[in-house]
Design a protein around this ligand. Structure first.
Ligand SMILES: CC(C)(COP(=O)(O)OP(=O)(O)OC[C@H]1O[C@@H](n2cnc3c(N)ncnc32)[C@H](O)[C@@H]1OP(=O)(O)O)[C@@H](O)C(=O)NCCC(=O)NCCS
Length: 180
């Protein structure tokens, strides 16, 4: 018998954000995020077509059951609104854990992605015991690259993933008292 996977359905808290697994009650907000052309521009994914499709995607999201972690919804503490997602995802094809994020455009430029990404990376190292976290990003996605650099990730070459050539950024867990 294999041990049950430890579940991290609640992610890190930051000054402005809470992170938690999304539920079908988040379908409208998830649709607003994942159907927005500016948000989807560099993701390599097709936009969602309806709230119903968003509900189906959330309901079938396997990551928390399979790996114990996944992309968390980012909830703005001030308003309780779900304004994006950020979190960790195990990529089978690469055998690596990836950090990824997406926010509604009206919240861009306030440092929220950096705040969320840093917290998720720290959570992965400190709470989940990960040794290495990567991020995949298209070369044209300069804002995203800037976020990765601000949280201390470094460029680590190109990698093919799901038929797309992306830039890989990487960060390793600090060793014995070292500050990342
Ligand atoms: C990428 C994204 C998450 C950034 O969110 P954000 O909350 O605005 O990010 P932050 O405010 O924390 O930081 C953005 C940084 O990028 C910089 N930036 C923004 N647009 C830029 C551009 N076109 N060129 C260069 N830098 C840019 C900002 O100036 C800021 O850096 P600074 O703090 O040094 O000034 C947001 O743009 C987004 O959701 N994009 C669509 C989804 C996406 O592409 N996700 C990533 C897939 S890999």
């Amino acid at each position: 018998m294999t041990a049950p996977v430890k579940q991290y359905r609640i992610g890190p808290k930051t000054d402005r954000l809470m992170h938690r697994a999304m539920t079908i009650d988040d379908a409208a907000a998830f649709y607003a995020l994942n159907s927005h052309p500016e948000v989807m521009r560099y993701t390599g994914e097709p936009p969602l077509r309806s709230v119903d499709e968003a509900r189906d995607v959330i309901a079938a999201y396997p990551d928390f059951d399979t790996h114990g972690f996944g992309r968390w919804g980012c909830v703005l503490k001030d308003t309780g609104a779900l304004i994006g997602f950020c979190g960790l995802k195990y990529l089978d094809e690469l055998g690596e854990v990836d950090v990824g994020f997406r926010f509604l455009p009206e919240y861009w430029g306030r440092g929220l992605a950096t705040e969320a990404c840093r917290a998720c990376v720290d959570f992965g190292f400190e709470r989940m015991g990960l040794k290495r976290i990567i991020a995949l990003v298209l070369p044209e996605n300069l804002a995203s690259i800037r976020v990765l650099e601000k949280v201390g990730m470094r460029f680590d070459g190109e990698v093919g993933y799901e038929g797309i050539v992306a830039l890989r950024y990487v960060v390793e867990a600090a060793r014995g008292g070292e500050k990342r």
